[in-house]
Design a protein around this ligand. Structure first.
Ligand code: CP
Ligand code: NVA
Length: 305
């Protein structure tokens, strides 16, 4: 059975650390390790992407492999071919599949019929590759992970909130998700995070008051209030979110030396101000760079097992 990376807790706490350690080594020596020589990876996108697409493409080349970047809407998958049949065919050509799609159950269907590793490059529910890069960035800036407090402010039911809950507690972080009523994390995912936290010494909590959520926090994370695919869902995604804006005042309540992350793309003046995004606490450009190193580590780890 191949190992997949469909959600953050598909890696055990120890495995996640192995991947992060390898990411640091690959960042120091980008061409030192070429385990993908002679291997091909298909990366399929059903939603827009800048960072994920470029970082996988460059990363696969640096690992010695060949990448095939495909717009999912141009595949037969975009007509009537089933996900499972697509998966069976991909398994005959390439060594791993990277996929950005909509519902997580589509990702699960791809994995269920696959003989090769399937990597989630973002679904409506999870964005686990992003969180590997976030963890690498936090460790670079703070020198450790376990025991730190991370506060996410925004749509608590989106992919970033869910992945930070699972990936964060996997690393022993105390994760607080601050979101308006009606935008709270999926109860089953919050429960999974709390169960995992009991093993790792971290914790997971959903809160409404942004001030309470940020007090003493070491890492503030935000994301767009409207994720891809939610543009016409009829919900007010501005009014209830305004108090969650990451601005100078909110950052002032965090712990001294706190850093700010955003997976990008950012909507300046909405979920985050220019002053914070471009200010000394922001680690967002390192975070974007670390997508490359973290995903190379993940690919190398999955394909050399
Ligand atoms: N953060 C992120 O996944 O960016 P893209 O949508 O540009 O890939
Ligand atoms: N939550 C955002 C993340 C973008 C990388 C979205 O899904 O659009």
């Amino acid at each position: 059975m191949p190992r997949h990376f469909l959600r953050d807790d598909d890696l055990s706490p120890a495995e996640q650390l192995e991947v992060l350690d390898l990411a640091d080594r690959l960042k120091a020596e980008p061409l030192a390790h070429q385990p993908l020589k002679g291997k091909s990876v298909a990366a399929i996108f059903e939603k827009n992407s800048t960072r994920t697409r470029l970082s996988f493409d460059v990363g696969i080349a640096q690992l010695g492999g060949h990448s095939i970047m495909i717009d999912g809407r141009a595949m037969q998958l975009g007509r009537e071919e089933t996900i499972e049949d697509t998966s069976r065919v991909l398994s005959r050509y390439v060594d791993a599949v990277v996929w950005r799609t909509f519902a997580q159950k589509r990702m699960d269907a791809m994995a269920s019929a696959s003989r090769i590793p399937v990597i989630n490059a973002l679904t409506d529910e999870f964005h686990p590759c992003q969180v590997l890069a976030d963890l690498q960035t936090i460790r670079e800036r703070h020198g450790k992970l376990a025991g730190l407090t991370l506060t996410y402010l925004g749509d608590g039911a989106n992919n970033m909130a869910h992945s930070l809950l699972l990936g964060g507690v996997n690393a022993g972080l105390h994760v607080r998700v601050a979101s308006p009523e009606g935008f709270q994390p999926a109860p089953d995912i919050l429960r999974d995070a709390q169960k995992l936290a009991a093993e790792t010494g971290g914790s997971a909590a959903a809160v409404v008051d942004p001030h309470e959520a940020v007090d003493g926090s070491d890492v503030l994370v935000t994301d767009t209030w409207t994720s891809m695919g939610q543009e016409n869902d009829g919900k007010d995604r501005v009014g209830p979110f305004r108090p969650l804006q990451v601005n100078h005042e909110l950052l002032g309540r965090a712990a001294p030396g706190a850093i700010v992350l955003h997976c990008l793309p950012a909507h300046r003046g909405w979920e985050i101000t220019d002053e914070v995004l471009d200010g000394p606490s922001s680690a967002v450009w390192d975070e974007a760079e670390n997508r490359l190193h973290a995903q190379k580590a993940l690919l190398a780890w999955l394909l050399t097992r």
